[in-house]
Ligand binder design. Structure first.
Ligand code: ATP
Length: 544
């Protein structure tokens, strides 16, 4: 099957940069095979291509193909509708990528949007020091989980997991180490103490995944913002940045939107747009890119009410994820141990990717930090006048921030399924199917004449010409019907409509459902409502 591609070729085609080899090492130890196949499938079937591939690609930059672009648009539509359309008090904007340079001074990005980097002197590979430590903690947690699994098998029915986890001496040792490392790590981050971060790596004997040695350089800070010049005359040009987040475009437009929209607190401003970060270690395919897209919403509230709203949005956002039906057990909340100095609560929503539980979305209570900073740096009063209480204040902010690309990867990882089948004649077969939630699927219906003669193509086109006003459709008459079904499975099309000789006589067609492969015969006049019901974004939104 063409999804089984050559590993080396695959890596080359995605132009993993030298540092990416630690990603490969990591994945190999985990769910390497599955993830490799997903990446390969995404390219093979027009979802994601390496950027500028004919020039050998560009590290950590990707292009979305014909189906990828559709899926991405549908993800954005689901998010936008869930927030803007379903909430009277949330409006959406689209601010520019370029912003006045002082914005990034005020927001703290110029001085503090850094990642700590460290190099291994033997392999010459570069790593994020914080991620090396986090992965070490994950490994310790894995050991605890494995011990518990082994014990569960040993003790069978009688096994009391809680008791085991709280009393087993080996587990207690692992737990104590995790706590100790976490405490030191948080202290080091809070004090911005790079030497202390390095010391944690040395004390815990964390080795380079490539060379296997512990021959580390000092830890240095690296600013993630891309800088460029504005204006064509060099002398007059001034340095500006590609935005590393979309949120600041919302903060600087707070007054504009509040006034022109006559918004009353609490209210939200949402935005979808590109963001750019010069990631030290760009890895895990589209999980960590240098150019990516964010969907952010800043919810402005009265000071003192932020933690209530924080809980509200935590709950709402988790519901948004779960409505997709990817499996509730695949999600978890992760509480930030170290809060940014301006935040008073922060949680991530993590999803279990093939390479482990990782952040897809952040929910942060950011106090009045951003608006106050912009008030200070711009000299403009940025306040809300509460007419009922006759008071003015700088609103507090609860933000929800999710990556489009990570959501895409989450859906793709969940959707990719290999199935073994038994054909009608008893022989074995297999298929690769993308079980994408129907409302988000790039193509909703494929219209397929059983044979390329007897007036079936004409009838099929007639049906297509009607369906295309409601759904993204595809017409296919090439190859056997079985091969055409497989092609649609591979791109995740939820429904195939087949036109056969009975269609001409009875005005009926078969609808084949992607996941069950079940076929039912229906009247052509019912097609629209049957398919519409199953792929409708409205039904997905109703679950929220
Ligand atoms: P990480 O810890 O993984 O670097 P972050 O905490 O810096 O992420 P945020 O600044 O909270 O991320 O950004 C919000 C969301 O934007 C993330 O949850 C993620 O979905 C997305 N995101 C951030 N950085 C990237 C990236 N380099 N590539 C793709 N998506 C990203």
């Amino acid at each position: 099957m063409n999804y089984q591609c050559n590993y080396e070729k695959l890596l080359k085609s995605f132009n993993f940069d030298p540092v990416t080899h630690n990603f490969i090492f990591f994945i190999m130890a985990q769910n390497e095979d599955l993830f490799k196949k997903i990446i390969s499938h995404a390219k093979e079937y027009g979802y994601i291509f390496p950027s500028s591939e004919i020039y050998d690609g560009l590290s950590a930059v990707y292009d979305y193909g014909q189906y990828g672009a559709e899926l991405k648009n549908n993800i954005k539509q689901y998010w936008w509708s869930a927030l803007v359309q379903l909430h009277e008090n949330i409006v959406g904007i689209d601010s520019a990528i370029f912003m006045h340079p002082t914005v990034w001074k005020a927001s703290g990005h110029v001085d503090a949007f850094n990642d700590p980097l460290i190099d291994n002197k033997d392999s010459k590979k570069r790593y994020r020091a914080d991620i090396l430590i986090e992965e070490h903690l994950d490994k310790l947690q894995d050991k605890i989980d494995k011990e518990a699994e082994k014990a569960a098998k040993r003790f069978g029915e009688k096994f009391d997991k809680e008791l085991y986890l709280s009393t087993n001496p080996k587990i207690q040792e692992y737990k104590a180490t995790i706590e100790e490392v976490k405490t030191k790590f948080v202290q080091a981050l809070e004090a911005n103490n790079l030497e202390a971060i390095r010391q944690i790596i040395l004390d815990n004997e964390i080795a380079c995944p490539v060379s296997g040695t512990r021959n580390w350089t000092e830890v240095r800070q690296f600013n993630l913002m891309f800088e460029t010049k504005l204006g064509s005359v060099t002398d007059e040009a001034s340095a500006i940045y590609l935005r590393p987040e979309t949120a600041q475009g919302i903060f600087v437009n707070y007054l504009n939107v509040q006034k022109t929209g006559r918004m009353k607190i609490p209210f939200g401003i949402a935005q979808i747009g590109k963001a750019f970060r010069n990631e030290i270690v760009a890895r895990q395919f589209i999980f960590r890119m240098r150019e990516f897209e964010q969907m952010e919403m800043q919810f402005f509230v009265k000071p003192g009410e932020e933690l209530e709203w924080f809980e509200y949005w935590k709950d709402k956002r988790m519901k948004w994820h779960m409505a997709l039906g990817l499996g509730d057990q695949k999600y978890r909340f992760y509480k930030h141990d170290k809060l940014a100095h301006y935040a008073n609560a922060a949680f991530d929503i993590q999803y279990e990717f093939p390479f482990g539980f990782k952040e897809v979305e952040g929910i942060h209570s950011r106090t009045d930090y951003d608006l106050s900073q912009h008030q200070k740096f711009s000299g403009k009063k940025i306040q809300y006048f509460d007419a009922e209480q006759n008071i003015s204040y700088v609103p507090y902010v609860v933000e929800t921030s999710i990556g489009v690309d990570r959501t895409f990867l989450m859906i793709l990882s969940s959707a990719y399924t290999e199935e073994k089948l038994i054909k009608e004649d008893g022989s074995a077969d297999e298929r690769v199917v993308l079980k994408i939630p129907p409302a988000l699927a790039p193509v909703k219906v494929a219209v397929l004449p059983l044979v390329k003669k007897d007036g079936l193509p004409e009838k099929a086109r007639e049906i297509l010409d009607d369906l295309k006003f409601d759904f993204n459709c595809q017409y296919d008459e090439k190859d056997s019907i079985g091969r055409r079904y497989r092609r649609q499975d591979a791109i995740g099309t939820p429904y195939c409509v087949t036109i056969d000789h009975e269609t001409l006589e009875q005005n009926s067609v078969t609808i084949r459902e992607r996941d069950s492969m079940e076929q039912i015969r229906v009247d052509i006049s019912k097609l629209n409502s049957i398919i519409g019901e199953k792929v409708s974004m409205k039904n997905l939104l109703r679950k929220l």
